[in-house]
Design a protein around this ligand. Structure first.
Ligand SMILES: Nc1ncnc2c1ncn2[C@@H]1O[C@H](COP(=O)(O)OP(=O)(O)O)[C@@H](O)[C@H]1O
Ligand SMILES: [Mg+2]
Length: 344
């Protein structure tokens, strides 16, 4: 197949996305596909349109080309109107399929999906509406509640209606303050007292105008991929320090990840059932990864759904697939196969 792997972009997760995209492109080429790596925002100059998906292709060189823009993204944003870099959409239109190796804003939030839909470009992952619903943790919480998926008790606070009085919101310490549409734990604060709560509100509102404030669940963290409506094995995530914050997410060895998670068969099935229920609650298609916290007494809570989760070979979904005997290149192909069902 002729495949464009879209990565990069302008979100806070640009760097992670370049790693995901490079590995996905390499994996798909190892499976014999004519895959090329394209930065959604920086694009590619001088495309040879007589042979846009060459048999011989240097993925690492394409990856270095993407990284060469890293220090100039803000500057480029200021001088550009369109989010799409040169030749990006033209290449996607020529491809049989577009693999979304993007994470975060303008990639995971549905706007890109809507654009691709209107252009008749077929892509991996869920559609524009469910992407947008899942992206906003406050909105997703409403859907989880409506469909009986347990989620931490919490509220949405708009910057214009800020209050520092937690009790008036029906909550008490410890709470978690997070930006509604953030990712990678950027803008997530676990707070235990009034001064740190006010500090977290200040910080959170410096990123976004909408925050989610919810009860802090003390316990263990898990994540479950749902692929084509079926739950994969669960990963247990134990950070050696603090919580699963940005540093712990990307520093090798900072967390202990165990898959399949050491849970009883009954608890495993229960969490997987909630993951599938959460997936349907948000109207998700193709695949997603849902994050959970579980108290020692077995009470479990769904924190969020990630619609374009990390896809480096050591990321969480590839670990789950490995337990099912599916290697990383096969998983990349499988995600394309099941994503095609949207177009049947
Ligand atoms: N209600 C909560 N209770 C305890 N820990 C939480 C809670 N919400 C978030 N966290 C911690 O913060 C991390 C990031 O939060 P999450 O809602 O998954 O947002 P994102 O991964 O998009 O940044 C979680 O992986 C978890 O470690
Ligand atoms: Mg998360």
């Amino acid at each position: 197949m002729k495949i464009v792997v879209l990565a990069g972009g302008t979100s806070t997760e640009r760097d992670v996305s370049i790693v995901s995209g490079t590995d996905i492109c390499t994996a798909l080429r190892s499976k014999g596909h004519q895959a090329i790596l394209v930065d959604v925002f920086c694009g590619v100059e001088n495309v040879d349109f007589t042979d846009p998906f060459p048999a011989e292709y240097d993925v690492q060189q394409a990856s270095r080309y993407m990284k060469s823009f890293n220090s100039r993204i803000e500057e480029m944003k200021a001088t550009r109107r369109s989010f799409f870099g040169p030749n990006v959409l033209a290449l996607c239109e020529l491809a049989d399929f577009t693999f979304l190796g993007l994470h975060g804003a303008n990639g995971e939030d549905g706007k890109l999906q809507a654009t691709l839909d209107l252009m008749g470009i077929r892509y991996t992952g869920t559609d524009y509406l469910s992407s947008a619903i899942a992206m906003d943790k406050g909105v997703a919480k409403q859907f989880f509640r409506m469909h009986g998926v347990p989620t931490p008790n919490g509220i949405v606070m708009e910057k214009s209606q800020r209050t520092n009085d937690l009790n008036a919101l029906g909550l008490s310490f410890p709470v978690v303050v997070k930006t509604a549409c953030g990712g990678s734990s950027i803008g997530v604060y676990i707070v235990e007292d009034q001064p740190s709560f006010e500090d977290a509100l200040n910080q959170g509102f410096s990123y976004e105008d909408t925050l989610v404030i919810e009860e802090c669940i003390r316990g263990t963290e898990y994540t479950v991929a749902v692929v084509d409506g079926v739950a994969y094995p669960i990963v247990e995530i134990v950070p050696l320090e603090r919580f699963y914050d940005y540093e712990n997410k990307y520093k090798p060895g900072a967390v202990r990840e165990t898959c399949p998670a050491p849970l009883s068969e009954e608890m495993t099935r229960k969490m997987q059932d909630y993951a599938v229920k959460g997936y349907h609650a948000l109207g998700l298609q193709s695949y997603a990864r849902l994050d959970f916290m579980m108290r020692d007494n077995g009470e479990m809570f769904c924190l969020e759904a990630n619609t374009l989760p990390g896809m480096t070979p050591t990321s969480l979904i590839p670990q789950e697939a490995a337990v099912l005997g599916m290697d990383y290149p096969s998983l990349c192909e499988e995600l394309i196969r099941i994503s095609m069902k949207k177009y049947e």
